[in-house]
Design a protein around this ligand. Sequence first.
Ligand code: FES
Length: 150
Amino acid sequence: MRQAKLNLVPHRWRTSPPNILQSLLAVQAHLGYVPTDVAPEMARALQVTEADVAGVLSFYPDLHLRQAGRHRVRVCVGESCVANHGSRVLTALAEELRIGLGATTPDKRFTLERVYCVGNCAVSPTVVIDDQVHGRVTPSDIPTLLSPYK
Ligand code: FES
């Protein structure tokens, strides 16, 4: 069973108070995502409630509940980006990738997500592909933007 193979909470992280986020990030680093069924075992190991684990899991957008594609395409939906037509960029990306927000392409290459402000407001709208931040993105830029990742 998956959980038996994972050391969900390495001894060095059994701190007081327990570091739930670091433990969840370790699971994600190992599996590529955090299956929700790790919550009970992690709660027992850290001596917290399952609600504590679930709360951290649902709060941090960088924790993924499903296996993501090889490339994460994140569209900023912060104020500045929305004001500068970021929703058009999001629509263009969804059309180009033929998936909806939160989905992964059938070939597991791309996952389309939203993000709330990455500090690139001065050149919004912003798209982040993996760790690359792109500013002043227009819908017509999308094919060129994605081409290195295809
Ligand atoms: S609102 Fe999009 S980068 Fe700040």
